[in-house]
Design a binder for this molecule. Structure first.
Ligand code: PRX
Length: 653
């Protein structure tokens, strides 16, 4: 951990929603003394309920916890109508900037009207409460409205990131049993027109999507696309004629707001199921306290709505508080690597939330070219910075602090997960002295701890397994259709079955008690803040049956992407020479892009006649990890059946 401590300025502290360490400690104390009272109070303050809840937490069927269950509400009402009712109808809700730079703004009244038209359109197609709707769309006002429209009618949305392949999309459509897909004709990223609708067609043609009745297509590019009669409809044709009002469907707080697929230790991604009430409470609360969002802020979270960060800190959190936010279609390096800084300058962004990978790649670009260095832009509107998705290395933190934040903006390094719904361990900007590389202290009310493999508390200074000791409102409720896997993944028996297991290792500082995340303890990789299972990539490789006999995937550190994917492959043919190796590696990467998506392409591919195995046939993964890092093998290899393989695996393609 870095030794330097950075204090929030007195001015920031004074104006913050949570101001000073004493305020933070008082909140933690309140939660400790009366856990249910604390969350119940906040749920009443931040959420508008149609019928109030009478019970905060139901632990009777642990670990299937229920929060505010007999309360009813609607997420879209909370994000839209109530802001209009408060007089914020003419306030800008979303500033959308397209890939090419065109800007469109919508007010709360306009976003409400569009959401209602979409909601009525869905209803006109027979979609109702409890149905699942898959959304496969790029960053857009329409994407946010589609999510809000589902929430409005009580349909459970499942957004699939636009970079996933037809196969991945098909798997998610099948697993959710979705009745409709909302997509766009195309997406535009980095000046390129990329398909969306044709991938939906391909996904459905792969079979298993029998529940799908309609595909609704938002027009983005206007390019020619195929429409299947009786199934495919232009969103405008269905929605434009609809009324701009739509009575919200009042649902129980436990009603599933969304499913979002994420990678675990096995080959099959899991559908993380989130609730409506508890989720929305934490989305709003963390936006308020961690981002200190105020009425005159311009908030920009650069994540895609296809990831949980986009759900919580684009679609729900900032809108629930009546904030103004940026939605950006493009990429940070187009037309050049100054795009983020230019947009902060143009839109006077005051709170900026991005991923360490983006920062690291922009540092490289800025150091090579002054024109795209933050110093060439006016970033004086910024007052707070955030980081998410992966550990931020102290050097990147310090650059972000100095060059983007002008040494005046606190940085919130927010640790959380798809499963946690919102921030878990994070500085609060008006409270916490910051240490680069540490996510510091638990959010008030979150009982994070570090324990041994048998669930005993570890003393500070000694690393261990990160757990959460008590349920919290926005926690995962289930893995869609697989409660056994839910229990096994997050509340395993050998952990006494009582703590939530995050899947990360962590250590607390001896003096400050600050948490530092040391990385996943399962077979999950984090590449550019995107989560991927090694087994998922291995399954994709071996599904290339004409080429691959066996495959093993490990991660290795990478300066820009945090971790990089390294695949070890046994081919069905003889070991390739260099030219053949290059060609086969390309073929395998293309295959993975087709099976999962381009984000899962391995950076390195190595070939061997076999994988290093023990005499009992177990793959020695620690050796693979050393090879991937380019380390000399110093481990004991006496149990290795086939030591000559190590020499073959030296070359990376
Ligand atoms: O390993 C942790 C890492 O990202 C994982 C969660 O990934 P995902 O579900 O895709 O959600 C990402 C966005 C919330 C965690 O298990 N991670 C996330 N944030 C941090 C982090 N690691 C270190 N520091 C963080 N701030």
């Amino acid at each position: 951990m870095s030794a330097t401590i950075y204090q929030p300025s007195a001015d920031f502290v004074q104006k913050a929603h949570v101001a000073g360490m004493a305020a933070y400690e008082a909140l933690c104390k309140e939660a400790e003394t009366d856990y249910q009272g604390y969350w119940g109070r906040l749920a009443k303050e931040l959420i508008s309920w149609k019928t109030p809840f009478t019970k905060v937490l139901d632990e009777s069927n642990a670990p299937f916890f229920k929060w505010f269950e007999d309360g009813t509400l609607n997420a879209s009402y909370n994000c839209l109508d109530r802001n209009v009712e408060k007089g914020l109808g003419d306030k800008t809700a979303i500033i959308f900037e397209a890939d090419g730079g065109e800007v469109t703004k919508v007010t709360y009244s306009q976003l409400l009207a569009k959401t209602c038209q979409y909601a009525n359109a869905l209803k006109s197609l027979g979609i109702q409460k409890g149905d699942r709707v898959v959304i496969y769309i790029s960053m857009s006002i329409e994407g946010v409205a589609a999510m809000q429209a589902c929430a409005r009618i009580g349909a459970t949305h499942s957004v699939v990131f636009g970079g996933f392949s037809a196969q991945s999309l098909r798997d998610r459509i099948e697993d959710t049993g979705a009745v409709a897909v909302i997509t766009a004709d195309n997406q535009v990223r980095g000046g390129k027109l990329l398909p969306l609708k044709s991938i939906v067609d391909e996904a459905i043609a792969l079979g298993g999507c029998d529940a799908i009745k309609n595909v609704l297509v938002v027009k983005r590019s206007g390019a020619d696309i195929a429409m299947t009669a009786g199934r495919d409809l232009w969103m405008a044709d269905v929605a434009d004629q609809q009324a701009t009002t739509c009575e919200p469907e009042w649902v129980s707080a436990e009603h599933p707001l969304f499913l979002l697929y994420t990678s675990g230790s096995t080959g099959k991604p899991k559908g993380v199921q989130h609730s409506t009430g508890g989720y929305l409470l934490h989305a709003a609360l963390t936006t308020k306290w961690t981002f200190d969002l105020k009425q005159d802020d311009v908030f920009w979270c650069t994540a895609d709505i296809g990831w949980v960060t986009g759900h919580t800190y684009i679609t729900y959190g900032p809108l629930a508080l009546g904030g103004t936010e940026i939605v950006f279609e493009g990429v940070p390096t187009y037309p050049d690597a100054g795009r983020f800084w230019k947009m902060i300058q143009d839109h006077k962004v005051s709170i900026f939330y991005t991923a360490p990978t983006a920062i690291r790649s922009l540092i490289k670009a800025a150091e090579a070219n002054d024109a795209v260095h933050p110093k060439s832009y006016n970033l004086s509107s910024l007052r707070l910075l955030g980081s998410v998705g992966e550990p931020i290395n102290p050097a990147a933190w310090e650059w972000y602090y100095e060059h983007v934040g002008g040494s005046r903006c606190p940085i919130v390094d927010t640790f959380w997960q798809t499963e946690t719904g919102g921030h878990m361990i994070t500085p609060l900007p008006g409270v916490t002295p910051m240490v680069p590389g540490s996510c510091t202290l638990p959010f008030p009310g979150i009982q994070a701890a570090i324990v041994s493999e048998t669930g005993e508390d570890m003393p500070n200074g000694q690393g261990g397994i990160l757990v959460v000791k008590r349920p919290w409102p926005s926690m995962i409720r289930n893995i869609w259709g697989d409660p056994e896997r839910f229990k096994k993944s997050y509340y395993p028996e050998d952990f006494k079955g009582k703590y939530y297991l995050a899947g990360d290792g962590a250590i607390r500082d001896e003096k400050t008690g600050y948490f530092t995340i040391t990385g996943r303890i399962d077979d999950v990789l984090n590449v550019s803040g995107h989560r991927m299972g090694t087994m998922e990539i291995e399954s994709a490789l071996v599904s290339c049956t004409e080429l691959v006999a066996e495959a093993a995937v490990v991660g290795r550190p990478d300066d820009t992407t945090g971790e990089a994917i390294c695949a070890f492959v046994v081919l069905k043919r003889a070991l390739p020479n260099t030219d053949e190796g290059k060609a086969i590696a390309k073929q395998l990467r293309d295959h993975i892009a087709k099976e999962i998506g381009p984000i899962a392409k391995p950076k390195d591919i190595r070939f061997g006649e076999n994988l290093p195995k023990t005499r009992s046939g177990k793959i020695m993964r620690r050796l693979l990890r050393s090879l991937a890092k380019g380390e000399e093998i110093t481990q004991d290899i006496s149990t290795l059946e086939n030591p000559h393989i190590l020499g073959q695996l030296g070359q990376a393609y």
